[in-house]
Write a protein that binds this ligand. Structure first.
Ligand SMILES: O=C(O)c1ccc[n+]([C@@H]2O[C@H](COP(=O)([O-])O)[C@@H](O)[C@H]2O)c1
Ligand SMILES: Cc1cc2nc[nH]c2cc1C
Length: 351
């Protein structure tokens, strides 16, 4: 595999299939229900047909990639938890005990954990070891990573998604684990959308008022120091981003290139989606928003992408958990298309 597959993928993303969408839409109107009565499920069904190019698409089994990496900025006191939790949670994922393992089993998902930059060596069964470097540098002092490492993180995500699709995954959920990554995501979002950080920076894992103020100051200082170029997404990723954020963007680009729908999770995965879209605008049509996270920046990035999430349960965990919980709604839309009787087949009188 070449180190620049993600670029080939980016250039291969096709527009939506309007013919498949029209066929799905016509079929939805023949199903045994008052016209339009399945509301947003009907729109989802047509959107999934447009994405996949199949008039009766399938989204099962879904595939989940949990990308894990550490953040040098964690040493600046911006998280409620210590950095070692990232590696410890990778071990927990490997042993099946995290929320994403539980919800992943519930929806019959294929799930892989990818170490793209955990700060220590993780010896846990089944973890895909694709470390680009041992954590990023603190954005307050240096670039988080080099431009080359930023590209490598995209490539890791792209390759991981290719492997997942080879196993048969029909929909992609991108999740992440990385202490400090709400700081990196807030900085990236502020840079990419040229927005005042105070509106975006939230409490992440649940920081106290004092750490919250510190976190806002860190983001502002890092942006002032590095001046990331909003028109150059790789510059933003390298200067203030994270390895798992780059990897999620690479995986999303791969999904779009393969016509696989992407179900986004919370704040960090949606910032990764914005990065993917800035690198590859055509990828925007392949995204579905699973849930609305409590992190304040999430509403802003969802609005920037023109996405309305499926559920709002006050979650702020990450890992892909909110997307996994929302997945059954997406599956309902496809089952409606594939399994419901039509007025003609069931002998029901139409209006
Ligand atoms: O997905 C979200 O919206 C989300 C919101 C807040 C926190 N998280 C998770 O919490 C970690 C980052 O929080 P923090 O406070 O360390 O920046 C990281 O592992 C994320 O998966 C995730
Ligand atoms: C325990 C824990 C689990 C997580 N999962 C995703 N982010 C997390 C952060 C913490 C602290």
């Amino acid at each position: 595999m070449s180190h620049a597959d993600w670029k080939k993928g980016r250039d291969a993303v096709q527009p939506l299939d309007t013919k498949a969408a029209a066929r799905a839409s016509a079929h939805v109107d023949q199903l045994t229900k008052p016209l339009g009565s399945l509301g947003r499920l009907e729109k989802l069904a047509v959107q999934l047909a447009a994405i996949t190019g199949e008039p009766a698409p399938a989204v099962a089994p879904p595939g989940i990639l949990v990308f894990a990496a550490d953040h040098g900025v964690a040493s600046e006191g911006v998280s409620a938890y210590p950095q070692e939790v990232t590696a410890q949670m990778v071990a927990n994922f490997a042993h099946g005990g995290a929320a994403i393992n539980v919800f992943g089993r519930q929806i019959g998902a294929l799930l892989h954990v990818v170490d793209v930059g955990v700060a220590t060596d993780v010896d846990a069964p089944g973890v895909w070891s694709k470390k680009v470097r041992y954590g990023t540098a603190s954005m307050l002092r240096k670039w988080a990573m080099s431009r080359e490492e930023a590209e490598q993180s995209l490539q890791v995500g792209y390759e991981s998604a290719e492997a997942l699709f080879a196993e048969g995954a029909k929909l992609l959920i991108v999740g992440e684990m990385g202490i400090g990554n709400t700081t990196a995501s807030s900085a990236m979002l502020a840079a990419l959308t040229e927005t005042e950080p105070d509106q975006l920076v939230g409490r992440g894992t649940g920081v106290c008022d004092e750490k919250w103020e510190r976190k806002k100051a860190v983001v502002k200082e890092a942006l002032a120091l590095h001046q990331p170029n909003p028109a150059d997404p790789l510059d933003v990723l390298a200067k203030v981003g994270g390895l798992e954020i780059g990897a999620m963007a690479g995986a999303i680009i791969c999904a779009a290139a393969r016509r696989v729908p992407v179900l986004l999770d919370g704040f960090i995965s949606t910032v990764a989606a914005l990065l993917a879209v800035r690198l590859c605008p055509a990828a925007a049509d392949y995204l579905l928003a699973g849930h609305r996270s409590q992190e304040p920046g999430h509403a802003h990035v969802l609005a920037t992408l023109g996405q309305e999430p499926l559920i709002d349960l006050g979650l702020r965990l990450g890992e892909g958990s909110g997307a996994a919980v929302a997945f059954p709604i997406v599956e309902s839309a496809t089952r409606m298309l594939r399994e419901m009787a039509t007025f003609a087949s069931a002998g029901v009188s139409n209006r």
